[in-house]
Each structure stands twice: as C-alpha cells, then as structure tokens.
Design a protein. Structure first.
Lengths: 152, 155
C-alpha cells in the first residue's frame, strides 16, 4: 500500500488547501471503498493520481485517503473512505460519476484495460464539436468518466 | 476577511478542450449528481453557496439536461455537473457508498446560516474537525446529497 506523506504547510491565513482560501472553491468528492489496495491500483497506478494524505481516525473507526493529481491547492481531490466495520455499500442512482480530463484518452483507456478495468462506454462524442469521452468502472463499481482534453 | 476573487488565468490553449492552468496532464474535472429540479438545485448551489452556472447542455439522445456549475468563470479546481431527467423529477436513490462533495469556504457559519435559510438541512453544525483544526459542517442539498463545508480561512 502506498505510503501517504503529510503535506501540512505552514501558513498564517489558510489551511492546507491553499492559495484560494479567501473564496469558496471545490475541494474534493468522497466515495466509500472496500479495498484500498484495489482502489489505489486504479487511481494511482492506473490514472496517475498521487496520495496526498492518509488519516486513520480511531474514534470513528474509519480510514481516509486523500488523492489527487496535484496538491490540495491544484484542484479537486478524491477522498477514499473505508469504514473498518463495513464491507459493502449501496451506490444508489443519484450519485453519477467523477470526471477526469486526460490528454490522451485512447492511451489512458488501453492502460486501464490492461489492468483489467471494465470499460462501460467506448470513446464517443456527444455532439460534433465536443471532446471524446469514455466511461470506466473503478474497483468498487463507481463510474469514472474520462474526457479527452487535447484536441486532434 | 476574504478579499476579491483572483482573476482566472488567461491561458486557454485552443489545442485543448478545457481552459485552465493544468490541461496538459490528467486532472480532476467534475463530480456529477442527479437532481429533481434545477430551480431547487440552483437555489442551493448558486444562491446559497455562491457557485455560478458555467454551461448548460441538452442531451436529446439521453433525454437529460446537464448544468455545469462552479466557482469562478473557468473550470480550474473542479465543477459539479447537475443532471436532470426530462422524464422524471427525481434525484434517484442516495446510496451509502457515495459520500459527499466538499466545498472550501472562508466562513463556514455564515454559509451554513445562508443555506439553512433556504431550507437546506444541516446534519452537522460547524465544529472543529480536530482540536485546533478547521471548522467543518455538513448540509444536505435540497435533494438530500451531502455537502461538506470546510473552513478555508484561518481566523
């Protein structure tokens, strides 16, 4: 399992999530996962995210990983939570997906598929002047949308 | 307390689809949730939290409308996509696996008061996350999706 590095930065006026402390901003989205090893294989080895922090919260019997492509100040993060006493979760229908922008969608998909990731939507354009997008499932079955960021 | 929002980085590159400063490497774009009503959702996220509508799409083939909302007029740092079905005014079932989206705000108690006045349920009142840590609170949007508010500004 990847080792989290503590990245608490000293600053007088803001917490670790950084430079935009004076205005509201999107920080992260949280999903509950069954198996951190499988999740980190997908999000870190597969998608290239990095582990920012790991918190083991004994009082609530929960472990949380914060992962992201940059630091907390660089955009949205993902919080992976694992409840020590729960092995299964329901996904409902109201929560949809998270979307990751990638410069090379076919390359990203090929890499994930080689790792055994299920592709639920092959690259498609929803309208003419739109980027290609695809959908895959993470190890818990959550939908992850991959959107091509580079044109042509 | 908070000063004016910084102006967005003007480095749009036409070779890329997404404006912003981190378009050449993978990045987080958005989280999508289904909503029963755009009016109610916009009351909460726009009037309550101060987000702005970035784009709206009508996806005829899927019979849904999609609203992208975010802070600032460029997508740096994560958007929320709100999906509304043309055929059902429902947000769908809320499972136990999907937790919440978290928004950093300079003044958690003020935002909690504002969304509460709009009818949002407060499930965790502002409380320090740990001794000496930032204030956090949890509220539910008008469809019951959990939203965490995290204090970004130290007193």
């Amino acid at each position: 399992m990847s080792q989290a590095s503590a990245t608490i930065k000293a600053s007088t006026n803001n917490w670790v999530w950084g430079a935009d402390a004076t205005r509201p901003r999107f920080l992260h989205t949280m999903i509950r996962v069954r198996d951190f090893d499988a999740s980190l294989r997908f999000y870190v080895d597969g998608l290239g995210m990095k582990v920012l922090d790991r918190f083991d919260i004994e009082a609530r019997r929960v472990t949380a990983f914060f992962i992201g492509f940059g630091g907390y100040e660089d955009g949205g993060c993902l919080e992976l939570t694992h409840l020590w006493d729960v092995d299964a979760y329901t996904h409902g229908t109201g929560y949809g997906h998270i979307a990751i922008g990638v410069p090379d969608l076919p390359g990203a998909l090929a890499k994930l598929e080689a790792m055994g990731v299920e592709v639920t939507q092959r690259p498609v354009k929803y309208f003419a002047d739109a980027p290609h997008l695809a959908f895959v499932k993470d190890p818990d079955g959550y939908s992850v949308e991959l959107i091509q960021t580079r044109k042509g | 307390m908070p000063g004016p929002a910084p102006s967005p980085a003007a480095d749009f590159d036409p070779k890329y689809w997404v404006a912003g400063t981190r378009v050449r490497t993978p990045r987080f774009l958005h989280a999508m949730i289904r909503v029963s009503s755009f009016d109610a959702a916009l009351r909460f996220y726009v009037t309550g939290l101060g987000m702005q509508v970035v784009e709206r799409f009508e996806l005829e083939a899927k019979r849904v409308s999609s609203l992208f909302i975010g802070f600032g007029d460029h997508p740096e740092g994560g958007l929320i996509e709100l999906i509304h079905s043309w055929d059902a005014d429902t947000a769908g079932a809320i499972g136990t696996g999907s937790g919440h989206v978290a928004i950093g705000v300079p003044d958690v108690p003020a935002v909690v008061a504002r969304v509460e006045a709009l009818g949002a349920e407060v499930t965790v009142r502002p409380t320090p996350y740990f001794a000496g840590g930032p204030l956090i609170a949890f509220v539910k949007d008008l469809d019951g999706h959990a939203v965490e508010l995290v204090q970004s500004w130290k007193e």
